[in-house]
Design a protein around this ligand. Structure first.
Ligand code: FES
Length: 143
């Protein structure tokens, strides 16, 4: 084999062997691509029932829009799902079960457990969604 042919052969092989590495680098958010698909009834699995029992509720930021789901301790089947993006300047609100409020860590805006505005500086309520439990899964309809 001539030297020129050899270099050409190694060059093609090098490009082909590096393709998987280059292509995997193009995946923008691998977690988001693994999100459960939206079902025909409009609901999408966002997490597990066990995660609802975290003090801060079930937060999933790996979807088309983030969602925070909490449940009423007095009625475990009653869920509230909100987009936790604060309507003031976009921080992620946190659930405080002791006061039953979504509280923004940035400028202290407060929202009721129904997502309505309780204290500024935000001026609009949180976006709410319908949520339910099926088996071990928590589902939200973002419709
Ligand atoms: Fe939430 Fe300012 S970003 S109160």
């Amino acid at each position: 084999m001539k030297r020129r042919d050899f270099i050409g052969w190694v060059g093609v092989g090098g490009v082909v062997s590096s393709l998987p590495v280059v292509m995997s680098g193009c995946e923008s958010n691998p977690t988001a691509t693994n999100a459960a698909p939206t079902r025909a009834d409009g609901f999408q699995v966002v997490g597990t029932v066990a995660a609802l029992d975290n003090p801060g509720g079930l937060l999933n930021e790996n979807l088309a829009q983030p969602v925070l789901v909490v449940r009423d301790p007095a009625n475990a089947d009653t869920l509230t799902a909100v987009n936790p993006t604060c309507t003031h300047k976009g921080c992620i609100v946190e659930w405080q079960g002791d006061t039953k409020a979504f509280v923004c860590p940035c400028h202290d805006a407060k929202f009721t457990e129904a997502g309505t505005l309780a204290q500024g500086p935000a001026e609009k309520p949180l976006t709410t969604y319908t949520a339910k439990i099926e088996g071990d899964s928590v589902l939200v309809n973002f419709g």
